[in-house]
Design a protein around this ligand. Structure first.
Ligand SMILES: Cc1cc2nc3c(=O)[nH]c(=O)nc-3n(C[C@H](O)[C@H](O)[C@H](O)COP(=O)(O)O)c2cc1C
Length: 388
């Protein structure tokens, strides 16, 4: 029973039981020592909230805006690759759950379901995340497809032009579709519900790429394909080119350093996401929540600031908002909900976060998420506590 899942950790435990090991591990991993991956979660615990009493707590609202779009709470679904391997048709189910909940869904370039699949199965605009590859004609066509699908924002990822190494993926021989070696067959055979759902869908490889990109080599090996196709020369000039080509709302994802954040202000983008890719890229980089106040200090209100990395509860969401994020994104909480129970599992993850956020805000003596600032924190977080 999904209703018995009270925390994101409960959903994670369920996902572990339902999703084949190679795909569960793909979600639950960071680069090399996984130090930054762990710090993303752990640093939230070092930030304390101020408890207030005897204030009116009626008529609370979590409704806010991200890049001018109304959201029922300031939490968006982060783009995640291979999501259709956590659960059959995972991206479609995630987008439908997000739409019903009134929050943005971001589709990854490296998704299993295609841009067109999501457009055909939802009624409101979603966001599309772009990885820039060497083949610029393909990038132009991807941007054109996102526009044709009615996407209302382009999320340009800046921190994965070279893939960070995740040991688990190499050891597991991760691929999409999975290989049919005895090890992989065993991993799938022990997850019968996953297999039954997967047998019912045709979407088992990279839907945005297969049949669209020219000269695609061995796509099943994500790491070699990334090394071959992603453009390691990506520059601020390219950001300008993409902004002009796209012409709509642009969000820059993967800014961790205040200097880069200042550069982003000059790029004409609408927002930045303070992110270290969920600890999956530069192991040893500071956590996102530790980077957030420094970035916010550098850019002030000159650009809208979002963050992701390590959000596992509504308390975490509130702390990020207090430190200057207009909104946050969830990667793994979304994937664990999806793996645990498909669309209903994603909805459950969102319900858990929303309830925690609402009650936490109330206990801090506040009623409107749009008015939350650093004054709800017990003290200004001491940066030396935050592994900076
Ligand atoms: C399994 C997985 C796949 C991801 N794939 C992508 C991707 O395709 N594009 C992208 O920009 N970010 C990707 N990310 C990073 C997320 O968008 C986000 O930055 C990160 O998950 C946030 O941290 P959290 O998982 O702790 O919430 C991925 C993250 C995970 C866990």
């Amino acid at each position: 029973m999904l209703q018995n899942a009270l925390t994101i950790a409960d959903l994670k435990a369920r996902a572990r039981r339902r999703v084949p090991k190679m795909f569960f591990d793909y979600a639950d991993s960071g680069a090399w020592t996984e130090g930054t991956y762990r710090a993303n979660e752990e640093d939230f615990a070092k930030i304390l909230l101020r408890q207030r009493v005897l204030v009116d707590m009626t008529d609370r609202t979590l409704a806010s805006e991200m890049i001018g779009e109304p959201v029922s709470m300031p939490v968006a679904i982060a783009p995640t690759g291979l999501t259709g391997m956590q659960h059959a048709d995972g991206e479609i189910l995630g987008a439908q759950a997000a739409e019903a909940f009134g929050i943005p869904f971001t589709l990854s370039t490296m998704s299993i379901c295609s841009i067109e699949d999501i457009a055909a199965n939802t009624t409101k605009p979603f966001w599309f995340q772009l990885y820039v590859m060497r083949d610029r004609a393909f990038i132009e066509s991807l941007i054109g497809r996102a526009r044709a699908a009615g996407c209302s924002a382009l999320v340009l990822t800046l921190d994965l032009q070279i893939l960070g190494q995740r040991h688990k993926d190499l050891r597991n021989g991760l691929s999409a579709p999975p290989k049919f070696t005895p090890k992989h067959v065993w991993q799938m055979a022990t997850r019968p519900f996953w297999c039954l759902d997967m047998a019912r869908t045709k979407r088992r490889t990279f839907g945005n790429i297969v049949g669209h990109a020219q000269n695609v080599g061995d796509l099943s090996s994500l790491s070699s394909w990334t090394a071959e196709q992603f453009d390691p020369r990506l520059s601020w000039e390219d950001v300008k080119w993409i902004r002009e080509l796209w012409g709509g709302k642009l969000i820059l994802k993967g800014i961790l350093d205040p200097e880069d954040a200042k550069m982003a202000v000059g790029s004409g983008a609408d927002a930045i996401i303070v992110s270290n890719h969920g600890g999956r890229q530069l192991d040893g980089a500071r956590s996102s929540i530790a980077a957030l106040p420094l970035v916010k200090q550098a850019v002030g209100d000159e650009i809208e600031v979002h963050m992701d990395g390590g959000i596992r509860s509504g308390q975490d969401v509130l702390k990020a908002i207090a430190l200057g994020a207009k909104g946050v994104y969830i990667g793994r909480p979304f994937l664990y909900g999806l793996g645990a129970g498909g669309r209903d599992g994603v909805t459950r993850a969102l319900e858990i976060l929303k309830r925690e956020l609402d009650i936490t805000m109330a206990l801090c003596g506040r009623r409107d998420i749009r008015t939350i600032g650093p004054e709800i924190l017990d003290r200004e977080p001491r940066l030396e506590d935050l592994r900076v």
